[in-house]
Design a protein around this ligand. Structure first.
Ligand SMILES: Cc1cc2nc3c(=O)[nH]c(=O)nc-3n(C[C@H](O)[C@H](O)[C@H](O)COP(=O)(O)OP(=O)(O)OC[C@H]3O[C@@H](n4cnc5c(N)ncnc54)[C@H](O)[C@@H]3O)c2cc1C
Ligand code: FES
Length: 279
């Protein structure tokens, strides 16, 4: 059993848990993830390692309430336990001195990109970060990301804070200005990663995305996380989650992410009914 050491509500539907998991903390690297199961009857879901402390033996995860399991997870408090917490899984993000690296984060992925931006900067890169959310109330960790970046640009879709628009706009301007960009890392909702990749493609800037298909075992056994990259079948849990965004078959990814929409909706409704009847 894995104890929740700390809970923070970053915005109303995005939460941070610090989990006591010394064996995972010993080996964690930027870009890796864990697979968790709340209890023995729960489903397994993947969550990115947002931070870790080897001395404390803790792992930080940040999750958004998306459906049954993440909504159930959000009911837990510091002091509660999670049944399974497996990791670190996946290949770490490739960190190297590239020159100028632009880190683009959409929504909760600001937490996902944080260890990558930090590691890129520690490696001697100039890091320009762009973070965006639908509105002001959904933004978090602005100061934290600024602290690990040489420059930070913030956008909100509705203009309720900072620059109005989506993250691909400042990304495109940067590239059009002729400023040399050596690598782009784009993490967030799949649609945002697709459009970030389409934005950089004409400029020939290699763009790494962190794919988020449905996963089950997270160890390459079930085939559930199958994607097509450069025409080749890859399993995100063991070959990724990072891939070249210019080579991803985005339509296949979107289609496979939607496979269980009906069941997910039903599951959430049933869980909400159970909660209401137990009040
Ligand atoms: C490598 C990886 C890292 C991730 N990191 C984070 C993170 O740090 N924070 C975060 O909030 N979310 C993260 N996700 C997405 C997270 O796993 C899903 O939001 C979660 O599984 C949804 O489960 P649910 O039961 O709450 O919702 P559901 O109603 O079951 O699903 C909502 C949507 O989430 C996706 N999803 C459902 N089940 C899974 C599953 N087993 N694996 C992956 N996606 C699924 C589907 O697209 C689905 O339409 C990550 C996904 C991957 C693959
Ligand atoms: S989650 Fe089963 S093969 Fe990747």
């Amino acid at each position: 059993m894995f104890k929740i050491l700390l809970r923070e509500d970053l915005v109303p539907n995005i939460h941070l848990f610090k989990i006591d998991a010394p064996n995972v903390a010993k080996k964690a690297r930027p870009g890796q993830f864990v697979v968790i199961r709340i209890d023995e009857r729960g489903e397994r879901i993947p969550l990115t390692i947002a931070d870790w402390d080897e001395n404390e033996g803790s792992i930080t995860i940040v999750f958004m309430e998306a459906g049954t399991t993440t909504c159930r997870l959000a009911t837990l408090q510091a002091g509660d336990y999670i049944a399974d917490f497996i990791g670190p899984l996946g290949l770490p993000t490739h960190i190297e001195k590239f020159g100028t690296v632009v880190c683009v984060a959409g929504g909760f992925a600001v937490a996902t990109i944080m260890p990558i931006a930090r590691a890129m900067r520690n490696e001697g890169n100039r890091v320009i970060s762009i973070m965006g959310a639908r509105n002001k109330d959904l933004l978090f960790w602005e100061d934290e990301l600024r602290n690990v970046s040489d420059q930070l640009i913030v956008t909100t879709d509705d203009g309720s804070y900072a620059r109005k628009g989506v993250v691909t706009e400042p990304l495109k301007e940067r590239l059009e200005s002729g400023e040399k960009v050596d690598r782009v890392i784009a993490i967030g909702p799949s649609i945002m990663m697709k459009y970030s990749s389409l934005t950089t493609q004409p400029f020939g800037v290699k763009t790494i995305v962190s794919l988020n298909p449905i996963m089950v075992d997270g160890t390459g056994m079930c085939g559930c996380c199958r994607v097509s990259v450069d025409g080749v079948t890859r399993f995100v849990c063991v070959d990724g989650p990072d891939f070249d965004g210019h080579q991803v078959d985005w339509d296949l990814l979107f289609a496979r992410q939607r496979i269980y929409l009906e069941e997910e909706k039903l599951s959430l409704e049933q869980w909400q009914c159970q909660c209401a009847s137990s009040l």
